[in-house]
Design a protein around this ligand. Structure first.
Ligand code: PLP
Ligand code: ZN
Length: 422
């Protein structure tokens, strides 16, 4: 399967594989088109080939818009260098399932990527393409995790980078970006202001903005989560996916990844029911869903889930379409529910997620409570980022003891106060 062109999602106009992202005719978004006529129809052979690939997302090179064909045996002189994203754990979460009254629940832990969020997948693909286009500067408009990933990937590839973020981002994310030696630009405004500035800059500077002029390539990286889940479940689809929605790109591309592989015959099963998750403080897609609209009205974000704080989501309409066609939904949860979701996941699985993961788990809990999930269903919760990125969200959510270093202090202050608790 090789990438052949860019295609407008609205009017179908076709373009060359260039660093462009909007249709000249209708201003619709462009998406990568593929030709899979050269791909083997021998499914066992195709699966073996994937399994024999590298232990990272480049094992799915055949299904990504990479510039230079199949992987070079040595991995050198190929675009596929730098940080090795992907192949993150899929964890069976029986205690979480039990707490929610569900049967089969899995956690896809994408916090286990090199910069601790799923963004390494999309940046890997965009950076490979950027290098092939001859760009020397990698850039992005970020809600936080993309900043981490662009700065780190640029460092790994020896590229210069410019990273634009809202000035009020979490301290942890700012520190974990600046450390890579990027040009870090804090913009006084929200993500949508940052994005508007970057769209203007991408017209004025010959830079690869991974999520602006390289967005069609960037977006394809998210399909690899679906491929991995399918492979990890033994070449079958789960019944249901719960995934966070910011711009809607991740959510829609997970759907596309499963659809591609079902079409090819690589996976058994059916398209999963797709449940999107947003924070109530920034829920343009969930609100459109609740009101039965097929378009989103922009909002001003105000939520602790800053990585999902996109008030004007580019792929909102496609996320709505996918939720509808897969018999799913797009829900929203409050900041308190997000905090509770983080704790619930941590206590039942040992996985500490950032606020976006709290949104996902809280939404899963909400769906379970509403009785929408059958006990015989297999459900995958997509955990997209690490809890160390948003430590403030759990501050004050638990008690601890401080004592003098004596046995007496331990029994009188710790054990005595725990009597009756356990
Ligand atoms: C970017 C991001 C998402 C999803 O973003 P989309 O714009 O919808 O693709 C989800 N979770 C985290 C932690 C993110 O950083
Ligand atoms: Zn068009």
């Amino acid at each position: 399967m090789s990438a052949t062109n860019l295609k407008c999602r609205e009017c179908g106009s076709v373009y060359e594989l260039d660093p462009i992202y909007v249709c000249e005719r209708c201003f619709g978004p462009l998406e990568v088109g593929y030709d899979n006529s050269a791909l083997s129809r021998d499914i066992p052979e195709l699966r073996r080939r994937i399994q024999g690939g590298p232990q990272n997302l480049w094992r799915y090179s055949d299904f990504l818009p990479l510039p230079d064909g199949p992987p070079a045996p040595s991995g050198r002189n190929s675009s596929r260098v730098g940080l090795a994203a992907g192949c993150t754990p899929l964890i069976r979460a029986d205690r979480l399932a039990e707490r929610l009254g569900l049967g089969e629940v899995w956690v896809k832990n994408d916090a286990a990527n090199p910069t601790h969020s799923f963004k390494d997948r999309v940046v890997s693909v965009a950076a490979a393409r950027a290098r092939a286009f001859g760009f020397e500067v990698l850039a992005c408009a970020s809600t936080g995790n993309l900043a981490n990933s662009v700065a780190a990937n640029a460092a790994a590839l020896g590229m210069v980078s410019y990273v634009f973020i809202p000035a009020d981002l979490e301290a942890q994310k700012i520190l974990a970006t600046g450390v890579y030696g990027t040009n870090l630009v804090k913009v006084r405004g929200n993500y949508d202001d940052v994005n508007r500035l970057c769209m203007e800059l991408s017209g004025e500077r010959n830079w690869a903005f991974v999520n602006v002029n390289l967005r069609p390539y960037y977006a394809e990286g998210s399909k690899t989560i679906a491929y991995e889940i399918g492979e990890q479940l033994g070449w079958r689809t789960p019944d249901r996916i719960v995934s966070p929605v910011a711009s809607g790109s991740l959510f829609t591309k997970i759907g596309k990844g499963f659809a591609d592989w079902l079409d090819l015959g690589l996976l058994e099963g059916e398209l999963p029911t797709m449940n999107g998750a947003q924070a109530a403080g920034c829920s343009p897609v969930a609100t459109a869903w609740a009101e039965g609209r097929d378009f989103c009205q922009p909002v001003k974000p105000n939520t602790i889930a800053k990585s999902l704080a996109i008030g004007n989501p580019a792929d909102g309409p496609y996320a709505l379409e996918l939720a509808k066609s897969s018999d799913g939904s797009i829900d929203s949860v409050t900041d308190d529910e997000i905090r509770a979701g983080i704790r619930l996941l941590a206590e039942t699985t040992g996985v500490f997620t950032e606020t976006a993961g709290g949104v996902t788990v809280a939404t899963l809990a909400k769906l379970a409570e509403r009785g929408e999930i059958g006990r015989d269903e297999s459900v995958v919760a997509v955990i997209t980022g690490d809890g160390l990125k948003t430590l403030d969200a759990v501050r004050g959510s638990f008690e601890s003891f401080e004592i003098e270093p004596t046995f007496g202090e331990f029994t009188s202050k710790v054990e005595a106060s725990l009597v009756g608790v356990q």
